[in-house]
Design a protein around this ligand. Sequence first.
Ligand code: AMP
Length: 458
Amino acid sequence: MCGILGIYSDKNISKDLYYGLYSMQHRGQESCGMAVHDGKEINYKKDMGLVGDVFKADDLQKLPGTMGIAHVRYSTAGGSHMYNCQPLVGSLKKRNLGLVHNGNLVNANYLKEMLEEDGIMFSSKSDTEVILYMLARYYTGDIVEAIKLTMDQIKGAYSLVILTDEELVAVRDPHGFRPLLLGKRDDGEYIFASENCEIDILGGEFIRDLEPGEIVVVKNGELKSYNFSNKCKTMKKSCIFEHIYFARNDATIDKVNAYEFRVESGKILSQGDDVKADMVVPVPDSGWAGAIGYANASGLPLTEALVKNRYVGRTFIKPTQEERELGVKIKLNPLSRVLKGKSIVLVDDSIVRGTTSKQLVKSLKDAGAKEIHLRITSPPVKYSCYYGIDTPNRSKLIAAHKDVEEIREYIGCDTLKFLDIDGMMSAVGEGNEFKFCRACFDGNYPVKKIDKEESLGC
Ligand code: AMP
């Protein structure tokens, strides 16, 4: 999972790219980068680390230009290397290309083998390099043609922003798995972004989400839209997990607002729940909106009982299990004065491996909580995601091999309840349920995996 951004303007945009990157830091903390076209060539900087650490004021001065792309990368196990940082930039027959990508392909390894047989040598392990080589192979001057030929070959999840010598191009895959939004600032200034917070921070106005299979080209200040295929109109399968966990509360993707969805999920979860408790406690920050919904609907007071160290990144993102466990301890400390002798409803957005909840329940009990009733505002994650959410190995998903009672026992809470799939779909709102991919919960994969090995994604 990653965050991407593209800006087309008539002014220097390196600072805008920087602020845009900053606002999407939650989408990836492993590495970041930006590439800017200065009218002659593409200059770039990328490195491991957070946006504020990688870019200094003089870096931005060295990256002048009016068209550019930017990326934050989320760490996946085994993929934590400088060579996987984006943007990817290359040139072929004097044509320059830059690319940022969010998503995972399901046939990247298959295509890679094919390209290697043609003598192509890869310098990264990411799916994105496969896309870059495909594009370069087909690009003889008409970028839309090259993209369509590439889209014929690549399968899976991809939102892309591509920088050429003449244009900025945004592409959303035929299912629209990963988000991609179009925004506008002044006349002839366009922004492509993973979330609206990037558009907002740049003083832009959200125009619309790209359609599945849509290719949008901005050239000479004009915007044109192309369709990969008419079939894509009925193929929409936007990722529901963006709304459950990944996107910021202020994100509205494919017309669903993450905050409203999360509050509604908490409300639905509380229905018919006759648990006797003193208060509702959110797991910060991912459980807050759901806990608000639960507390409002149940009438139980909402109380802060976990103090978060805000300077630690998302725990899940740490690559090894030991680091993940340590991460939870460093990140959340219980307020024993609030908890002593109390029965609490603890609300979080999801259980993936079970690490966070197990650690939390233990530390809340150690801090004096009498009973812990864990409420999860999404269904059990039973299947790996092949499209970019980092849950690739099924054997690691606790709900893939334990039922709810066994999970409760493992975690050590007094009761455990998940939102069911119907409840989740009601939280999305009427008429919206058919356009979401929920394969991680029900195993119905819109695109079958072709590669045998795991993909490292973007
Ligand atoms: P786990 O400890 O593996 O059960 O992870 C669940 C916790 O990590 C929850 O508190 C979620 O807020 C968060 N989380 C869930 N899914 C993801 C994901 N794909 N990437 C990062 N964090 C996640």
